[in-house]
Design a protein around this ligand. Structure first.
Ligand SMILES: [Fe+2]
Ligand SMILES: [Fe+2]
Length: 151
């Protein structure tokens, strides 16, 4: 599977979870918790393979270095939000508000990734490199202890 397809599949899975969580309310704490746990492990694994396998290729390249560095910072914000959401009580209005902001952040990040970043990637990488990166990320995912991805 090439790198773009793999990452886009992950993005789709995340988008689906975000939509599902978005429909939960302060009264549906159990469902909310369950979905959030899946979202969190999905995102942890996804950001990890991007940061260790996909982004480094861009950091090495003058033309793409800044987008990769920005993307890492965006991941940092996402992870910060995830940890705050984890400790906040799921039946609070603040949780809902914070989740909405997280969702917007992720959607924006994915848009940039699939847009600007993939476009530049096609310019600086060969077909073979894109394929190899996909294979490496696929393997890294499979080697991780199964959490959300196994369900
Ligand atoms: Fe990312
Ligand atoms: Fe991504």
């Amino acid at each position: 599977m090439n790198a773009f397809t793999l990452l886009k599949n992950d993005h789709k899975k995340v988008a689906g979870l975000l939509e599902q969580i978005d429909k939960t309310t302060e009264r549906g704490v159990k469902t909310r918790e369950e979905l959030f746990t899946r979202l969190k492990s999905e995102l942890e694994l996804h950001t990890e393979i991007e940061e260790t396998i996909f982004y480094p290729v861009f950091e090495e390249n003058e033309e793409t270095r800044d987008i990769a560095l920005e993307a890492v910072e965006e991941h940092r914000i996402v992870k910060q939000f995830l940890s705050e959401l984890e400790s906040l009580s799921k039946d609070e209005e603040q949780w809902t508000a914070k989740f909405t902001v997280l969702k917007e952040n992720i959607e924006h990040h994915v848009e940039e990734e699939e847009g600007e970043m993939f476009k530049k990637a096609r310019k600086v990488l060969s077909e073979q490199q894109i394929e190899d990166l996909g294979t490496r990320m696929e393997k890294a995912k499979a080697d991780k202890p199964k959490a959300a991805s196994a369900r």
